[in-house]
Design a protein around this ligand. Structure first.
Ligand code: PSU
Ligand code: MN
Length: 309
């Protein structure tokens, strides 16, 4: 067993909540440093933590600071992630983690890395905006997010608003099926597509409540069916964007990325920033509201899971 204290700082509040079996919800930091502009991301970071607290759960925002894994950030550390001055905050996926830890670097955690840190800290529920997935054209680029492998292996339930249409949503769901990851919809049969409530692709099961999701997660882990689960929680109706409008915006963002020769880990941050720009900031409002909505859903799932022991 690794000596966790050697590499990770868990705030006393989070450590005590986990030890007592109380509800805790993990949050990622790449959505802050590489997914939203400053200062809206800082307001968002504090807002999402408050939503989780108000529902009786403890928020645990994850990051790596000066080579240490952090579960729970101070206001200063949150600000550091959000400001991302001179791009000094790296984007850390699983492959980047040992390098950052050994070399004393600072970086934000993606969905994959947040799941790793959550698991180490004993946290089973995580709220984000959208997950990474199989990119369009992956049959030639092989660009498939490490988030999907993490969902296959790491026992954390991830609440998202689906996957953005920058990805191939059909192939993303095929990959998750191959990897044995249950994909649930929160009161929806249709896997959501982030800005829009539908994608045209079906989930494996439309859960009717947070209690049902908790029951399925509890059963999965009780039966030693390792790995994570994905919960697609559609953006609230009043914040949803028009499907045809967003399809055009995303095609334009993808064309711009191609022209600029963007590749590898820069792809997703480039596309996210481009979409905010092309929608004149409208997509950012939707992004913030859907993530708040996911935090509410995740907090409720964490509360229900804590009752199952
Ligand atoms: N998709 C979004 N918002 C995000 C991300 C993805 O709609 O902020 C971030 C998440 O941190 C996710 C990461 O884990 O991008 C995926 O990056 P990549 O595609 O390089 O694996
Ligand atoms: Mn990639």
């Amino acid at each position: 067993m690794m000596d966790l204290k050697k590499y990770m700082d868990i705030t006393p509040e989070i450590a005590e909540a986990v030890a007592a079996g109380k509800p805790v919800v993990a949050l990622e930091s790449t959505i802050l440093s590489h997914g939203m502009p400053y200062p809206q991301n800082y307001e968002f970071a504090k807002g999402i933590e408050k939503i989780i607290r108000d529902l009786g759960a403890v928020p645990a925002t994850m990051a790596v600071i000066n080579g240490r894994m952090k579960a729970g950030l101070t206001e200063e550390e949150l600000l550091l992630m959000c400001e991302n001055k001179d791009n000094q905050v790296a984007k850390l996926s699983r492959r980047d983690l040992p390098i950052a830890l050994a070399m004393g670097k600072t970086g934000a955690t993606t969905v994959a890395t947040t799941m790793i840190l959550a698991d180490l800290a004993g946290i089973r529920v995580f709220a984000t905006g959208g997950i990474g997935g199989v990119h369009r054209g992956a049959e030639t680029t092989m660009d498939i997010s490490a988030d999907l492998q993490e969902l296959a292996h790491t026992p954390v339930a991830v609440v998202c608003a689906g996957a953005k249409m920058i990805l191939d949503i059909g192939l993303t769901l095929e990959y998750l099926e191959t990897m044995g990851v249950p994909v649930l919809g929160m009161q929806t049969e249709d896997f959501p597509s982030f800005y829009c409530r539908k994608s045209g692709f079906k989930v494996d099961y439309a859960a009717q409540s947070a209690a049902e999701v908790a029951q399925i997660a509890h059963t999965k882990w009780a039966c030693d069916l390792q790995g994570g689960m994905l919960i697609g929680n559609p953006v609230p109706e009043e914040y949803a964007m028009d499907y045809d409008y967003m399809s055009k915006i995303i095609d334009e963002a993808l064309a711009d990325a191609k022209e600029a020769g963007i590749k590898g880990k820069a792809t997703t941050p480039f596309l996210l920033a481009k979409i905010v720009e092309l929608t004149g900031g409208d997509s950012l409002k939707t992004n913030i509201q859907l993530a708040y909505n996911n935090a509410r859903c995740a907090a409720q799932i964490a509360v229900e899971l804590s009752k199952l022991g």
